[in-house]
Design a protein around this ligand. Sequence first.
Ligand code: MG
Length: 199
Amino acid sequence: MWSSGDAVALRGFWAGELAWAFPHVVVHDTPELVALWLPPGARGLYPTSRDHSALAPAEREWRAGGTLRLTPPGAAHSVDLYWGETGEFLGWYVNLQDPLERGPIGFDTADHILDLWVHPDGSWEWKDEDELAAVEALGFFDEREVGAIRQEGERVVERMTAWAPPFCDGWEDWRPDPGWPVPALPEGWRDLPRAMSGV
Ligand code: MG
């Protein structure tokens, strides 16, 4: 288990290749919740293309406002909180993904393309349904997998409409410890193979 304030890598794989990687600060690492903070200005790797046959990841800096990722171990999603440049809460981004895998420098996952946006007023919408259909057409996911991805999203919507954790927990008022430096990707982030054990 990591301690609060530790710098770890969160990496995303696609078709066996490293697709993105960003350093995060560990907020909580418990059997119930992995909470990771991605501060503005952190440098990492991110795809420059939305064509999943050629993602062409390149180095970039994370956006102003920062992102807090809340992931229940074993769940096929994370609930990511976004803030704007002046600290205003923008909403919850539900990222559907493989359950987190714990490795020597942090955590690994793989994106499921389909996402959800939950606005601060509780209204919500699917995001990237067209992109999921394109990826299915390319053969990256089959019909059963696409159905399971959508079902996971529907379960999160049920939790959100019931105002269950993490939505009811007040994380939108959370702020990072001002003493935390902007983390850098740990050594080995580019070459270590994908972790295969769950968290
Ligand atoms: Mg996604």
